[in-house]
Design a protein around this ligand. Structure first.
Ligand code: AMP
Length: 218
């Protein structure tokens, strides 16, 4: 199976070739067509599975025809647990987004740094990668409107819950429109993650990628 057969554009495939991604990983193979069809997805996959590209590539494909935004009505929201992951995911969006005919406006926001430059950066943003607490502060400051979000990604949902972001996640969900596409990724599927998937996902395609196990026999 090739990236071309998955329905990715020539522009994105140039970057894939430059990155020496020869063929899709299992989560990309199953996730990309489902996301392009507009389905909700539950991806049980670890870091290292290629999960980031599995949502970045189809989201950029869907954005291709979108007109530039001249307001603070965000269309694509990616929630992540940490500043490090926010920067990493933003960088993957930027790497592939730069190949599109019109480079999308992609930003990352997280706590622990001054909020003022982030407030300014959000005018016209199309894809925002955010940690939950700072996102809510920005919404409360009217720097951002979540009522028009079309695509929501919860990346490393288990880690977000473990870090105590449950209330913030629920508050953010209450600000989103009912009709949207939802993609949830988690390394594990315990009771708490299960509860969030029930709350967020609508008849999702479930993709479970078994982690390579260490030999525990010795
Ligand atoms: P992730 O699981 O998203 O953190 O990605 C793990 C690593 O795999 C990253 O360094 C990616 O650049 C790389 N990667 C993602 N997809 C592919 C692919 N199809 N072929 C080769 N490497 C990939």
């Amino acid at each position: 199976m090739t990236f071309e057969k998955l329905g990715l554009s020539a522009a994105l495939r140039v970057v894939l070739a430059n990155q020496k991604y020869k063929k899709p990983t299992p989560i990309q193979l199953e996730g990309i067509p489902a996301i392009l069809e507009g389905k909700d997805v539950l991806g049980i996959a670890q870091t290292g599975s290629g999960k980031t590209a599995s949502f970045v590539l189809p989201i950029l494909m869907q954005l291709k025809s979108a007109a530039k935004i001249k307001n603070r009505n965000l269309p694509v929201l990616v929630l992540v647990p940490t500043r490090e992951l926010a920067v990493q995911v933003k960088d993957v969006f930027k790497l592939f987004g730069a190949a599109l005919p019109e480079t999308p406006n992609i930003q990352a926001v997280f706590g622990g740094v001054s909020i003022n430059p982030q407030m300014k950066s959000l005018f016209g943003v199309q894809i925002l990668v955010a940690t939950p607490g700072r996102l809510l502060e920005l919404v409360e400051s009217n720097a951002l409107n979540l009522a028009n979000v079309q695509t929501l990604v919860l990346d490393e949902a288990d880690k977000m819950l473990n870090l105590g972001f449950e209330e913030e996640m629920k508050q953010i969900l209450s600000l989103l429109p009912a009709k949207r596409q939802n993609l949830l990724f988690s390394a594990t599927l315990d009771e708490k993650v299960e509860a969030i998937t029930q709350l967020v996902l609508n008849n999702p395609k479930v993709i479970k990628i078994e982690a390579e196990r260490e030999n525990l026999d010795n």
